[in-house]
Design a protein around this ligand. Structure first.
Ligand SMILES: Cc1ncc(COP(=O)(O)O)c(C=O)c1O
Length: 371
């Protein structure tokens, strides 16, 4: 965020900045969704919905699980939330008591640790690397489980590495977590943005886990603040009551707009965008490798590449700062994602078009020649 602020400052001074730090799609929300949002406002859909969300939207999400994965997920198990962030806050509040530990991968999405702290829980980060494709696995979880551990949180595809957990790996994780009587939370917010692996959901593995998802990334709706979670039926009552207290409901016009998110017309647009993300990844990965950044694991999804920059610098924060100041290229240093070798890692986001990415690579090449 500091880097983004610095990048905006430079732009305000008239400098050109290539943004490879932004964690949201550059595309605006697909037109059918925007039109549905406008219609909702014109029709006066400006009141609260039920705390768990608009019944039609919960049904539409349930239908989507059936269509994509052949699953029967009762709408009663689905809560519509203000972004995946709202879902994370709700789940932590429902599942974690003060002093409870939550296992998290490091590197990982930085806010997760703070959501655990928020409810008095203790983030128990586990270093992950190339050998487990930057993911927690059953073995790591078993070894890291402590007396106070209550839950495990994984993300597939992950931020910042873009790597995924296979169905088999998820199955093994479920077994270990259930063996300890713990909760498994699977963040699937980058679902749909997958380039070379079978699209699947943890819900195919087991019903007794918690899945987080969002309209932010694949659906291109970051600013509408809309996500959802799927929970076992025996916790939905607690989730409902907490949602009523914490945020009352997700934004109403956004919920009506999202009813269009699964239409054929929108899907066609979203799949074209997915193809563009793939083209960008397929360009950027080898281009950065040629410049000496190392990617020990090929990312299968999301829109991030998490590279080892140690050939050029063992101080990724200064590297990112200098790259921005001298060449106008914004990237995210590893320190944003944890304490596991952050100084030798950088996250490159391909949330800008191919031409700009090429410009960014060219600037990085010139920067490396200079230093
Ligand atoms: C892994 C992961 N989870 C959750 C979120 C929160 O997303 P939102 O609240 O926009 O749905 C993000 C955002 O970048 C993320 O990367």
């Amino acid at each position: 965020m500091e880097l983004l602020a610095r990048a905006r400052e430079l732009e305000a001074q008239g400098r050109s900045v290539v943004h490879m730090e932004v964690g949201e799609p550059d595309f605006t929300t697909p037109e059918p969704i925007i039109q549905a949002g406008l219609r909702a406002l014109e029709d006066g859909r400006t009141h609260y919905t039920p705390a768990m969300g608009l019944p039609e939207l919960r049904q539409a999400i349930s239908n989507q699980y059936h269509l994509r994965y052949g699953l029967e997920i009762a709408p009663e198990r689905i809560a519509v939330t203000p972004g995946a962030s709202g879902a994370l806050q709700l789940l932590m509040s429902v599942l974690i008591n003060p002093g409870d530990g939550v296992l998290l991968a490091d590197p990982g999405y930085p806010c997760n640790r703070n959501f655990v702290h928020l409810v008095g829980g203790i983030p128990q980060t586990v270093d992950v690397g190339a050998d487990s494709r930057f993911q927690l696995n059953a073995d790591l979880i078993e070894k890291s489980w402590k007396n106070n551990t209550r839950a495990v949180m994984v993300a597939t595809p992950s931020n910042p590495t873009g790597t995924m957990l296979s169905k088999e790996e998820l199955r093994d994780i479920v077994q270990v977590v259930q063996g300890h009587d713990g909760y498994l939370i699977v963040d699937e917010i980058y679902q749909g943005l997958i380039y070379e692996s079978e699209d699947h959901t943890a819900l195919e593995t087991d019903d007794n886990l918690y899945v987080i998802n969002s309209f932010s990334k694949y659906y291109g709706m970051t600013g509408w603040r809309l996500g959802w979670l799927v929970a076992p039926l025996d916790t939905t009552d607690a989730i409902d009551r907490l949602a009523q207290n914490i945020f009352l409901a997700a934004p109403t016009p956004a919920q009506y707009a999202a009813l269009e998110a699964f239409s054929d017309e929108t899907t066609t647009i979203l799949e074209q965008r997915r193809d563009l993300f793939q083209q960008r990844r397929d360009y950027l990965l080898p281009a950065l490798e040629e410049l000496g950044f190392r990617f020990s694991v090929r990312p299968q999804g999301a829109f991030y590449l998490y590279g080892d920059c140690s050939r050029h610098s063992c101080d990724s924060a200064s590297f990112a700062q200098n790259l921005l100041d001298q060449m106008g290229v914004a990237v995210t240093p590893g320190m944003d994602f944890g304490e596991n070798a952050p100084e030798t890692h950088i996250r490159f986001a391909y949330t800008t078009d191919l031409e700009r990415l090429k410009e960014g690579v060219d600037r990085i090449r010139r920067f490396l020649k200079r230093t």
